[in-house]
Design a protein around this ligand. Sequence first.
Ligand code: AMP
Length: 653
Amino acid sequence: MSSTATDVTPAIPTFKELALSEPLQRVLAEVGYESPSPIQAATIPHLIDGKDLLGQAQTGTGKTAAFALPILNRLDLRKTRPQALVLAPTRELAIQVAEAFQRYATHIPGFHVLPIYGGQAYGPQLAGLRRGVHVVVGTPGRVIDHLERGSLDLSELTCLVLDEADEMLRMGFIDDVEAVLKKTPPTRQIALFSATMPTQIRRIAQTHLREPVEITIKSKTTTAAKTRQRYWLVSGMHKLDALTRILEAEPFDAMIIFARTKVATEELAERLQARGLAAAAINGDLAQAQRERAIQQLKDGKLDILVATDVAARGLDVERISHVLNYDIPYDTESYVHRIGRTGRAGREGDAILFVTPRERNMLRQIERATRQPIEIMELPSVQTVNDLRITRFKDRITTALAASDLGLFRSLIEQYEAEHDVPAIEIAAALARLAQGDKPLLLEAKAKPERREFDPTASRERKDFANRSERGRDERPHRAERSERPRADRPPHPRAARTEAFSNPAEDGRKRVPETREPRAHAASEHRPAEPGMETFRVEVGHMHGVKPGNIVGAIANEAELDSKHIGRITIREDHSLVDLPEGMPPEILQHLKKAWVAGQRLRISRGTAGEPHGERDEATGQRGPRAPRTGAKPKHFARSGGGHDKPRKKY
Ligand code: AMP
């Protein structure tokens, strides 16, 4: 195979430098991506040029956008036959990739993507294909089925992506992949992504790819000897609560917290400020002078925490930084090493803490390999530890106040009060302590249930991984069976598939409101049915990964929109977002208000419709995907605040 090997260099271009169309630039700014990840920077120009590509990259590196953006960049929306096909090993990945396409295509009206995978009835897939789609994302077995049935026409295909090729190999799909490859027009471009490059994958590349550009992210082995590295596996509680516990219990001088997007840096800094911490955000939107001012304030001790993106923290050298906290895992090991290099300056010792979601464990392994250092698992400070510290601090405040010399006036006031009201001094002291504490509870409340552990640190990683892999394999391996229309009740749903659950709001039918433990409907693994008449589907940016429960969403919407919970309809919780049905005609000011509401440590950022949903039905009249837009002029029945002029919605329900 003749190939050009391109190593990712640290000089990352901006998205503006990549020749992406205006709607894509706009959405990237909106989702807050500051700069392309290394794999995106290396890949996008070649894919735009129409070259074949062999990319060594895994989940977490930003590879989905690396292929989705160039595909979206050159679609011909007038065509109804698929122009791009992405093959993915599992239905979860297929759904995620389809969601990513939909999200990046927010400003490309009329764009359609369809996920097709085993385990789902053929009906909706056939209907979707008949209606016409621009991009299909599918698991190999089901794609072959559609090819054999003649329902999938690849004659106009210009790009084929093989995503997680080594996983497809491991799961026994490689023959299917080759079969699909043979059914594509010889002129199509191929992008093959794989975390590893076993010989069979190389062979496929040699046989089917034409002079591919080969992209690998070189992991330099670097050590950061003076830095103690720990990770917390995100489970049982959302990241923001975990962060606040760490900030309370971990002695630190100054800290840099790394988040992936500009939006996230701002939101986090805002949350920390609200909790009384001296925190500020730095990201690429700040002018150089503002960034320098924030850094100077960190040096001077006026700020203790900077929440930063990788770009903004480049070259930051402040001796006080004792801790680096990776709130979002970096895309690659190089960034990790750069990030943790912000601490342990001038010969001092430093601490690095990494939040890792279960999906990101592979990246953790890779970081350990590249830095040749194990990263210790970290237990979050317990409620007891945090409370003991709070009590100690509270007592310290009393000691400091007692040491002040000007207590005379207060002493005589207390004496007077004691005499006038016949109340012992201890009671008066308790009342004053209560006043000093204000509305915020002094102590954290212990949870009734033990925190859910998704990970047993005593079990070996390999064993755990193997268990995960075999679970995953079980999901798709019997792919021959997947070609029949039999109901698949005999097959357990994939653990991750079960994470896309649909719930009905029990308050709808007058029962007790929103129990936290509502069971998912067995048949509704990933569907969010079109909203019922009079209702509209909304998307909120909080999902399983944030630990949200349906009750949290109902609670927030009911409170913030002052909407009786019985008007809140079906809720579907997905990995990183959820869908909720609400009465049609929500007034814009309530929508604005709800956008800013917090649930499970996230802003709701509610938006109309099912953008990003693979299953949105198309409205025959308008051709739009997702539920109908509210009728203009329709009286918004359930919302009191429809005409503006009120700061708060009027209480009507
Ligand atoms: P992937 O490796 O494609 O699964 O992407 C991992 C995560 O990184 C996803 O949540 C993306 O939304 C996010 N992401 C991808 N590209 C960027 C970028 N350039 N800046 C910030 N976040 C990104």
